[in-house]
Design a protein around this ligand. Sequence first.
Ligand SMILES: C[S@@+](CC[C@H](N)C(=O)[O-])C[C@H]1O[C@@H](n2cnc3c(N)ncnc32)[C@H](O)[C@@H]1O
Length: 333
Amino acid sequence: MAATNSNSENVQKPSFETFQLFSSTASGFGIFDDPAQQAPSIPPPPCVEVLPSEVHSSVKHSVESVNLDGITLLKGRVNTQQVFGLSNSDLVPGKYEGGLKLWEGSLDLIKALRCDIKSGLISFGGKRVLELGCGHGLPGIFALFVGAAAVHFQDFNAEVLRCLTIPNLNSNLSNKSHPLSSNFTNCDKIDVRFYAGDWNEVDKLLPYVATHVEDNQNAGYDFILMAETVYSINSLQNLYNLIKKCLRHPDGTLYFAAKKYYFGVGGGTRRFLSVVEKDGVMASSLVAEITDGSSNVREVWRLKPKEYHPSFSCCSCLYCCWFPWNVRFYWLI
Ligand SMILES: C[S@@+](CC[C@H](N)C(=O)[O-])C[C@H]1O[C@@H](n2cnc3c(N)ncnc32)[C@H](O)[C@@H]1O
């Protein structure tokens, strides 16, 4: 499937959303630190799987290149007005959550993943990947290029998937000059899917979540990737719950990139980590800190299940609750 309206110009300096999260325009969506005030009053859009064939070819989609220290990915660009009837700076909680813009955290995340791959810490070969809050989906696309067997993209809005994520993936896949595209030979065997919906319910659709997989041992994603998803205090708990449901235990890894603190909305890496720490079942480590002076401090974190935690058990039987993973393993032998 080819991208629509590809722009042949190689624009080297793409525009990024740098910091503004919510416009405080006359549309009335202001800046709140109080989670109660952030709660959207409208119901979230329904959870749906979006098929690649549902791409919206009527929405103009142009392409720019993004250089990431030696690799170039393509980044689509669509008009927020055309898709949602909103001006480009608007992010409307509960309606449109910023997925049409490319946020700098997604590039930080790819750079951090490349470093961890180069140092032999991780490999995507044959792995299942879930990108949460994908927007352009560049981290997920990168995972495909470096050998992932399955990449599932999630966004709040089906429109973002139809108008941007899918065309953007197509542009990157059909870009044969891409240095990584030679790694990507088996297009037909890759499991690529797209899911729209709110974090508090989208797990119902995700095929590798334990409730859908008959063999519990085979459940979960090896990697969950997310960039700039922890800005709203209101959704941190739902996001964390979703991650716990989706991550493979005990070997799955979450990578997330975000600002340390989102002024005006109160979320940020540290706020999200406080939710994680309170639960006590995952261990976190800082992978990168980016202080380029152009915006707020940005960070990339890696999280893994702590090895022996019962609340990550595969079921609630006494065996799972009493024996840590390694003890169970030896006992079975
Ligand atoms: C700021 S954008 C970041 C987009 C992209 N990751 C990037 O870095 O360019 C936040 C993303 O999280 C998704 N999102 C935010 N709140 C959500 C929620 N409650 N449920 C599901 N997705 C949500 C949005 O749809 C959007 O794609």
